[in-house]
Design a protein around this ligand. Structure first.
Ligand SMILES: Cc1cc2nc3c(=O)[nH]c(=O)nc-3n(C[C@H](O)[C@H](O)[C@H](O)COP(=O)(O)OP(=O)(O)OC[C@H]3O[C@@H](n4cnc5c(N)ncnc54)[C@H](O)[C@@H]3O)c2cc1C
Length: 376
């Protein structure tokens, strides 16, 4: 970690300790998202960290963004994923948008005033995303969207949505990407999902009923939508890995401190070898994840599109988060399972990391495919 990383980490910790930590258990229980907390992260300069300064971003790399996400995730995975997804959507506009689109949409997102979301999944097409059915029909007045998107992170609180819809043939080549703004007639929200974890982060269905959007809102050109989505997911996998790392670090910290303090059989439970082995395994898995996430970020910053490594980083870091948070509950025993300690929340928040941005089975599909290419 360089001086910049250390300084920003200290600032984020202070901010999260003052704003998120005191209310996180009640906000989690009541599923309350506070936009002002996100906006505060924006005021720290974090909401458009990797985006060009010309559009209000900080022009930093993924090696800087990952530790930022990991630090926020130590306090709230929900706010960390809100940021991760918003920056992913901004990166799409930055990479595939034209000048006008970048000038119109990016500044209020990089400042953190507004949030962006990424809408690919549909009820019948999650892993098989290229089977999506939402349509965008070209007319003289613009594109007319019909269909719905499921499980959209920041649905209802975001202003700008990157929506993948079908403009042509079946399969990946018939998909295009559009920018859709909250408040567009014909665009509404379905129910807010009741979830096991990520309770502070709203997840909603997006509904499009004859929703007319200007033809200028297409990103790149017709048929490029699936490529745009995959490019974004390659970034998203690295950043979800970073979120998982932050969560694992915090869960282990809570477990170790508790184990050093808690006595049974007249000795700290930490001194039982059975627990030390669990802790040693967790710490080792976390370090292995850290190396993978860091290397994936380094490759990304160097412009190397390494799908295999990005998938490995996501797979390893999120499986590790699941293991470490589960073991943290175990190490705390009864209180670990109650909301007196945050470990039960950590465990609930870890689970969905194995599902989003491509399930961990899909990461293995990608890794397997890349290995086959390497040897064929
Ligand atoms: C809290 C939350 C937030 C989300 N946020 C977003 C968002 O912001 N934007 C968005 O577009 N989507 C979002 N999603 C959707 C998420 O990306 C999908 O849930 C995910 O891609 C899996 O799709 P599915 O749920 O349809 O499961 P399915 O694809 O039906 O998979 C079910 C099971 O089958 C397995 N499976 C499927 N295909 C294969 C295969 N080829 N090989 C082996 N196993 C396979 C899966 O791994 C899984 O275990 C979110 C989901 C949740 C729960």
């Amino acid at each position: 970690m360089n001086n910049f990383h250390q300084e920003i980490t200290t600032q984020i910790k202070k901010y999260c300790q003052n704003t998120i930590e005191p209310h996180i258990e009640t906000d989690d229980e009541q599923s309350i998202f506070k936009k002002e907390i996100y906006q505060g992260l924006g005021e720290l300069g974090l909401a458009g960290l990797t985006i060009d300064e010309a559009y209000g971003g900080a022009n930093l790399d993924y090696q800087s963004f990952c530790p930022v996400l990991a630090t926020i995730a130590q306090y709230s995975v929900s706010y960390a994923v809100t940021l991760s997804v918003s920056v992913m959507a901004q990166s799409i506009i930055e990479s595939f948008g034209n000048d006008e689109q970048k000038k119109t949409y990016l500044p209020e997102l990089t400042s953190g005033k507004e949030i962006a979301a990424f809408a690919l999944s549909e009820s019948h097409s999650g892993s098989d995303a290229a089977a999506l059915k939402t349509t965008a029909k070209k007319t003289d007045k613009g594109y007319i969207l019909n269909g719905s998107k499921m499980w959209i992170t920041s649905g209802g609180v975001a202003k700008t949505y990157i929506v993948m819809a079908r403009t042509g043939e079946d399969g990946a080549k018939g998909i295009s990407a559009f920018i859709v703004q909250d408040g567009t007639p014909g665009f509404s929200y379905g129910k807010k999902e009741k979830k096991m974890g990520w309770k502070v982060s709203p997840t909603r269905e997006l509904i499009f009923e004859n929703c007319l959007i200007p033809k200028e809102n297409i990103l790149a050109e017709e048929g490029k939508g699936f490529k745009i989505a995959l490019d974004a997911l390659n970034r998203g996998r690295v950043t979800i890995g970073a979120v998982a790392l932050g969560l694992s670090d915090r869960a282990l910290e809570v477990a170790v401190k508790y184990a050093l303090d808690r006595k049974q059989f007249e000795q700290p439970i930490y001194d039982f070898q059975g627990l030390q082995f669990m802790i040693a395994d967790c710490a080792t898995e976390i370090e292995a994840s850290r190396y993978l996430v860091n290397q994936a970020a380094i490759n990304f910053d160097a412009g190397k599109i390494d799908r295999k490594l990005a998938a490995m980083a996501k797979l390893k870091a999120t499986d590790t988060a699941m293991k470490v948070t589960t073991d943290a509950v175990q190490i705390l025993g009864g209180v670990g399972y109650t909301s007196e300690y945050p470990t039960e929340r950590f465990m609930r928040d870890a689970k969905v990391l194995q599902i989003v941005e491509g399930t961990n089975q899909i990461q293995k599909v990608i890794i397997g495919r890349e290995i086959k290419k390497q040897y064929s």
